[in-house]
Design a protein around this ligand. Structure first.
Ligand SMILES: [Zn+2]
Length: 271
């Protein structure tokens, strides 16, 4: 009974299956970030959908999502932090044809010291590359720090690390709509998404899906030229206990982010 209720709710694994089926039947070609960046400009004229996943915690949840995508012919890009980089899970995800990338947070870890952050970036990337040929990276956004991890790219270049792309910096958002499940909403919430840190502006920001069904409607209609979807697999649960735990955690995160947003707005305006 409870399983059936959960399966109809948003951010359940069943709802993710609905999303995957819509993508596989849509006019968009699913592609990893690395494969998209390797295309020449003529080929970039086709409509593409890049499915990106940030593995912030609970890496074991990744496997159901990766398998569902594989079953629906979707190739996605998975960004693991050093804290979620489980070799067994990354191997399995890669075996489905997905891209493994590096979810870096070295400026946060080095408390804003850019030089140390660059050294750490190099060392952590080398550890990832022992097992997987990492060619793209993506900044982790922590609402509790004032740093932006992407700031290291003001001091060095991706090519110095043999990287071909960074998920926020290497896509042209004049051509891509960007939908993220951060804050348990697809909408561009100013308190739940940190613009410039883990969110980007796109010319398609007028599209504000209120739930995954509306996102499916946008994909079916094919309105944006290209689409980038970001999800956090830990959020998409199948078991009722996991679903309820995650729902409560999201409520707590949401209240925290609203508090931080209010605090920063008040501080900025000297209220
Ligand atoms: Zn993250």
């Amino acid at each position: 009974m409870l399983n059936r209720v959960i399966s109809n709710l948003d951010f359940s694994i069943s709802k993710y299956q609905v999303l995957c089926k819509a993508i596989s039947k849509s006019g968009y070609t699913s592609i990893t970030l690395a494969d998209y960046l390797k295309l020449d400009s003529d080929h970039k004229m086709r409509p593409y959908l890049i499915m990106r996943h940030d593995i912030d915690r609970n890496p074991e949840r990744t496997l159901d999502i990766a398998r569902l995508e594989y079953d629906n012919g979707i190739k996605a890009t998975y960004y693991f932090r050093t804290s979620t980089a489980s070799k067994g899970i990354m191997d399995k995800v890669a075996s489905y044809g997905h891209e493994i990338g590096f979810h870096y947070e070295t400026i946060d870890k080095m408390k804003g010291d850019v030089k140390s952050a660059i050294d750490l970036f190099k060392n952590e990337l080398a550890q990832f590359r022992v097992y997987h040929p990492i060619v793209t990276a993506c900044a982790h956004g922590n609402p509790l720090t004032k740093h932006d991890n992407k700031h290291i790219w003001k001091h060095c270049r991706l090519s110095e690390f043999k990287l071909i792309g960074e998920a926020f910096l290497s896509l042209d958002f004049a051509r891509f709509a960007y939908f993220s499940d951060s804050g348990r909403t697809w909408r561009k919430s100013r308190s739940q998404k940190m613009h410039g840190k883990d969110d980007v502006g796109s010319i398609y920001d007028y599209l504000q899906p209120k739930d995954t069904d509306e996102l499916v409607g946008i994909i079916n209609a094919g309105t944006p030229g290209n689409i980038c979807v970001l999800t956090h697999p830990e959020r998409w649960c199948s078991k009722p206990t996991d679903y309820i735990k995650r729902y409560v955690l999201d409520l707590i995160f949401s209240a925290g982010k609203t508090g931080i947003h209010l605090f920063r707005t008040v501080s900025r305006n000297n209220i």
